[in-house]
Design a protein around this ligand. Structure first.
Ligand code: BF8
Ligand code: SF4
Length: 635
């Protein structure tokens, strides 16, 4: 039965226990929600004002307009771009938090943090137009932080976001300028969407969607700066070997799960856990602390420190069900409120840390940059306390885990390629794309969704694309899915890669002393790290002298669910990457909006959304896009 819910064997095992003990999980609640509202699914329900809710009928049979006169196109478009605004707000607020921390470091006000990648600091400073010569380190840090924060505060609409315009191809910037979608201020763009979708403002679906494109570009800028500034603070990821799935939880350790998105606290916890390890041992945990990750905070510490990943989004309740999780520390985003009731059945302490993310029933340990050490210590002490009250008879840790080689930042990929050609590291990649050993590149991103058997679309598509010599990159819960399923191993490359891809991954792996190929899927990090894939694509495009939409590069969010995924998908398309969605977005109530997203956008930006819920068919459609792009490049 549980096979119809998830492909994850560890989760299947724990669902049996959940059933026996009558512990409600996300899948029970998904069932209880059936049948789900059709109007909502189509996107034609409007709750923007209190005259509503209004629901209109898209098939011409029922009511055609809401009380104010908004038709299905206006309603669908407004709903969609409000989601994009929420996604952009989530990512960029995360980025602002990192930028403010960087500023605090430059002013000596954040003792728990330091600069870990000075080479990247210089590179980023130059890219942002800062003069780097003869500058003290902390002065440079300050200028990078300040110029970044200008992207949140600039009022002059003539000057575009630096994080946007300094990270894309020239041709793309020109194109976005011509469409009048370049943004000057991330926050103002989010506010503009809320404003234009207020009752009685923008009613033109095309104009509304262009507002959504601006919101998506604000999301891109926010993500990009989150990633790059995190690297400056915490180090740029390099390949590291770790493991994934619930078997990473250890019976004889104080297990602490790091869940959410923002690495600011989890980085400090990683550091403090090492210094406090003896205390955990003294409390009776032979192996001291065992940190494990969930969702994107998990991905952040996984790619930087090799912290194993316990699980991804949909199964976030499961680590508690092992009976061996002592604390789950959460920061922001994608944290199910249900964790609170699941933890009631066990000894686990659920600890919230951010003022904007509190959950009834959780312990709140407020985190801020100035007192990060103290917060981390308090959290780890709470975990030790919980460990001491653990009921060892109730432990059920599924013995499933897979090796995962992770940590492929753009820099790490370039560095690995430089072992084949030190002068021109991109050349081996480009040569192999041209000669067809690598047919194209696909980025797997996005969430899990109860409408899809957990992880199934990711693994099915990855295997099919790899067999057809497509180089695979992954982030977010997609990366989690592929790691849990053993697709980030050398063995997976040998088993699933087509001959051309296998030869290239082997040549790179061996040149880097791996005694075998690179893993089949390259884990680039968390969701904000999708911009790492853009850096690689931009470098390739610049080298070939073409724009991004010309490249045989595609993106896929086969199990998407969140507003952040809407925003990411929209900027990926806007940048020229055909983007597959394996779940149907709530827009199909408007033919106009659906046609724009899945067809007409191509005329404007050179790419559009491709919606296909069947995984093998989706992979085939992406392969067709890749072939078409290759034809366009005459390769
Ligand atoms: O930011 S993939 S479920 S955890 S939204 Fe959330 Fe989706 Fe996971 Fe990471 Ni991204
Ligand atoms: Fe209804 Fe218009 Fe109000 Fe929406 S904005 S709830 S369509 S009256």
């Amino acid at each position: 039965m549980s096979e119809t819910l998830t492909t994850d064997r560890a989760v299947q095992e724990l669902l049996v226990i959940a059933k026996q003990e009558q512990i409600e999980t996300v899948w029970d609640r998904a069932e209880a929600q059936q049948p789900q509202c059709k109007f909502g699914k189509l996107g034609v329900c409007c709750r923007i004002c209190w005259k509503g809710p209004c629901r209109v009928s898209p098939n011409g049979k029922g009511t055609k307009r809401g009380i104010c006169g908004a038709d299905e196109h206006t309603i669908v478009a407004r709903n969609l771009i409000r989601g994009i605004a929420a996604g952009a707000a989530a990512h960029s607020d995360h980025g602002r938090h990192i930028a403010l921390t960087l500023l605090a470091v430059s002013e000596g006000k954040a003792p728990a943090y330091q600069i870990n990648d000075t080479a990247k600091l210089e590179r980023v400073a130059k890219q942002l137009g800062i003069i780097t010569e003869n500058k003290e380190l902390l002065q440079l840090v300050k200028e990078v932080a300040e110029i970044t924060l200008e992207d949140f505060s600039r009022q002059n609409a003539e000057i575009s976001s630096r994080w946007l315009t300094s990270t894309l191809t020239k041709e793309r910037i020109e194109k976005l300028k011509a469409l009048d979608v370049l943004i000057h201020n991330i926050d103002a763009t989010v506010a503009e969407i809320m404003n234009r979708t207020h009752v009685g403002c923008d009613a033109d679906p095309v104009n509304i969607l262009l507002g959504g494109v601006r919101g998506a570009l604000a999301d891109y800028a926010g993500m990009c700066l989150s990633t790059e500034l995190s690297d400056i603070l915490f180090g740029t990821p390099n390949p590291t070997i770790t493991s994934a799935n619930l078997g990473v939880i250890k019976e004889d350790a104080v297990n602490v799960a790091l869940h959410g998105h923002n690495p600011l606290l989890s980085e400090v916890i990683c550091h403090i856990a090492r210094t406090m390890n003896d205390e955990a041992v003294r409390a009776g945990a032979k192996r001291g602390f065992n940190l494990v990750g969930i969702c994107c905070t998990g991905n952040e510490v996984m790619v930087r420190h090799g912290v194993p990943l316990a699980t991804n989004y949909l199964s976030q309740e499961m680590p508690i069900l092992t009976g061996a999780l002592d604390a789950m520390v959460v920061d922001v985003q994608c944290i199910m409120p249900s964790l609170s009731s699941v933890k009631e059945c066990f000894h686990t302490k659920l600890i919230t840390t951010m003022p904007t993310t509190k959950i009834p029933g959780a312990i709140h340990v407020e985190f801020n940059e100035e007192t990060a050490f103290e917060a981390a210590k308090q959290i780890l002490n709470l975990a030790i306390e919980a460990f001491q009250s653990r009921d060892f008879k109730r432990i059920n840790i599924p013995q499933h885990k897979e090796t995962a080689i992770v940590g492929f930042s753009a820099e790490a990929i370039i560095s690995a390629l430089s072992k084949l050609d030190a002068e021109e590291p991109l050349k081996p990649l480009i040569d192999n794309i041209i000669n067809g050993n690598i047919q194209g590149i696909a980025l797997f991103a996005g969430c899990n969704n109860t409408n899809v058997v957990q992880d199934q679309n990711f693994t099915t598509m990855a295997k099919r694309l790899a067999a057809n010599n497509v180089l695979l990159l992954a982030t977010g819960c997609g990366a989690g899915a592929l790691a849990k399923n053993g697709l980030m191993t050398q063995e997976a490359t040998l088993e699933y890669a087509g001959d051309g891809l296998k030869a290239v991954l082997t040549a790179i792996g061996e040149a880097n002393g791996l005694k075998g190929p690179l893993p089949l899927v390259l884990h680039m990090g968390s969701c904000v790290d999708n911009t790492r894939a853009v850096s690689v694509a931009v470098a390739v495009a610049n080298k070939l002298g073409v724009d991004l939409n010309m490249l045989p590069v595609v993106a896929s969010a086969p199990e998407a669910m969140s507003e952040k995924a809407m925003a990411i998908g929209t900027w990926a398309v806007t940048l020229g990457l055909t983007t597959h969605l394996g779940t149907v977005p709530q827009v199909t109530g408007s033919e106009t909006v659906t046609t724009i997203l899945t067809d007409k956008l191509t005329d404007l930006v050179g790419a559009c959304f491709l919606v296909e819920t069947e995984a093998e068919a989706a992979a085939d459609k992406l392969l067709a896009v890749i072939r078409e792009k290759r034809k366009g490049l005459s390769i």
